[in-house]
Design a protein around this ligand. Structure first.
Ligand SMILES: C[S@@+](CC[C@H](N)C(=O)[O-])C[C@H]1O[C@@H](n2cnc3c(N)ncnc32)[C@H](O)[C@@H]1O
Length: 211
């Protein structure tokens, strides 16, 4: 996938940004044991999420699209001991790898995997959310945003991954480009939200619920 930033800059940022031994091991296992390791978010996104979770003092987190758990484990590292992360995923093989590394990491008790389509499993979550990371099934991004906004506390954050999708948002050529471009505009236009769209990896759109 085309990088948004120059590859040398991206690599330099990766090399300078942190990554725990547990995350390095998970990244290596994902590369060895899965067919599409590029699905993994990686350390720039992971460390950004960890930082946001920590500085927002988030306790109740939802991830839509866990894959092998790289972002989930990154966020767990930034989360207080009594925090919890609900992770939606449909792929049993990815879940097996994630759960193996969650157990080894010492953060396993914070991570709760919800197996099945996110649209079906999210309604089982009770109580308010502080933080949501959306990283699955781009065609449904808008539906996920509309579903989780009422569950999010005022002051809570939503982070949407792949918000610059190969740069296609500049001149949408297919349905996926258009969906992402429309979602970015929708988030920017809403009076009840504050937003910033950052060129981190494939684009992170960070949104705060103001009211
Ligand atoms: C880009 S990957 C997620 C990467 C992950 N966030 C990470 O940090 O490595 C997207 C994941 O979403 C999952 N997925 C796709 N459709 C889904 C759905 N409707 N509900 C839950 N998970 C879904 C896929 O199986 C895939 O593992």
């Amino acid at each position: 996938m085309t990088a948004i930033t120059q590859p040398e800059i991206e690599q330099y940022c990766q090399s300078i940004s942190g990554e725990s031994e547990a995350l390095k091991a998970l990244s290596a296992a994902t590369t060895e044991r899965t067919r599409y390791p590029d699905n993994m978010s990686g350390n720039l996104v992971g460390q950004t999420l960890k930082m946001l979770v920590a500085i927002s003092n988030s306790k109740r987190v939802l991830e839509i699209g866990m894959f092998t758990g790289y972002a989930a484990l990154s966020m767990a590292e930034g989360l207080a001991d009594d925090g919890e992360i609900y992770c939606c995923e449909t792929n049993p093989r990815a879940i097996e790898i994630a759960e193996e590394f969650f157990r080894k990491s010492g953060h396993g008790s914070k991570l709760k995997v919800l197996f099945g389509r996110a649209m079906d499993t999210i309604p089982s979550i009770e109580g308010e959310l502080d933080f949501v990371f959306i990283d699955a099934d781009k065609k449904k991004y808008r539906e996920y945003v509309d579903m989780v906004l009422p569950m999010l506390k005022v002051g809570g954050l939503i982070v949407v991954d792949d918000a610059l999708w190969k740069g296609g948002v500049l001149d949408p050529q297919d349905e996926r480009d258009q969906i992402i471009a429309d979602l970015n505009q929708y988030l920017a236009d809403r009076a009840d939200l504050e937003n910033v769209l950052l060129p981190v990896r494939h684009g992170l759109h960070i949104v705060r619920k103001k009211s």
